[in-house]
Design a protein around this ligand. Sequence first.
Ligand SMILES: Cc1cc2nc3c(=O)[nH]c(=O)nc-3n(C[C@H](O)[C@H](O)[C@H](O)COP(=O)(O)O)c2cc1C
Ligand code: SF4
Ligand code: SF4
Length: 306
Amino acid sequence: MNCLLIYFTGTFNTRYVTGKVKERFEKEGWTVTTYEIDPLNTERLDLSSYDIIGLGYPIHGYAAPWAFLKFIRHQKFPKGIKAFIYKNSGETEHANDASSKFVLRKLRRDRVNIRNEYHFLMPYNIHFKFSDHAVREILEMDRRLLEILAYEVVNDIPNLKPYKLWPRFVASVVSRPQYIGGDLNSFLYHVDKNKCNGCDLCIKRCPTKNIYRKENGEIAFHHNCLMCMRCSLYCPTDAFDIGFLQDWGWKVNGGYNLKRIEKLKLEEPFITDETTGFYHCYIETYAKINKRYKEIFGVDPVTPEE
Ligand SMILES: Cc1cc2nc3c(=O)[nH]c(=O)nc-3n(C[C@H](O)[C@H](O)[C@H](O)COP(=O)(O)O)c2cc1C
Ligand code: SF4
Ligand code: SF4
């Protein structure tokens, strides 16, 4: 099979998941090409030589990020081509369930054969920072989910069900502010010049070239922001103020070294049946992944170390 993985990533979590999906299909003998969406490049891809397309994105405001949706809408998918979605996000609340609503609408309009969708767990790049302990455990759950994805996609077993009313409403309405939120937020972003070390990492890495240096040397912003958080997450001196999100205490600074964390030994469970608060929703997600894994492979999932 000749597979193309098209994805958008802000802070590289989706790039990491894409790498895992690629590796897994290569084990099946597939040829896998990856394409990272550049929001400034609106080329139309030639998709005619692929047998199957995977679409990956991070959930932004309960929906697919605007940059991803715009790119997908711009493509012409070959009629009848197979596709699957692999999205990821920090929480597993049902409010995220219909995040692909508008992506599916476009794919169905092009008569794409889309029957599978998977929601990977990845640490937040906004709101609050996950501990290594939490990240290590969710990466193990992702490993199990990837086995399920590979089995179902390779054997043509669909898993996409109609979305419920509430998530559909959330995806249609609550997600709208992201279309203008980034541009507005550019007015509020600023960099503390006393903290900035002048490394220019934010300028070089911003996917929309939204950051520049004024003649007086100060960092400034245009109004073409995706709110992807790449600049503020990776700023080595934590010099960013990200506007109203900062006021809510939602800035996360310092990325996740996923390659390092995935090698850590799994400690005592991070999520248990007694878990309350933010991570409570993970209990149901873990149970679903483990149940499906057992249905498919006939055994309880074991971690590689066990
Ligand atoms: C503007 C913005 C909105 C987000 N909204 C959600 C959300 O609605 N639900 C959620 O679970 N995570 C949300 N997240 C967290 C990301 O989905 C998550 O950290 C993801 O792994 C980031 O992937 P990336 O590194 O490929 O950009 C949001 C992140 C950003 C920057
Ligand atoms: S990444 Fe941070 S320290 Fe580097 S130039 Fe940008 S604001 Fe300054
Ligand atoms: S300014 Fe920052 S948050 Fe906005 S697009 Fe650029 S890197 Fe992303």
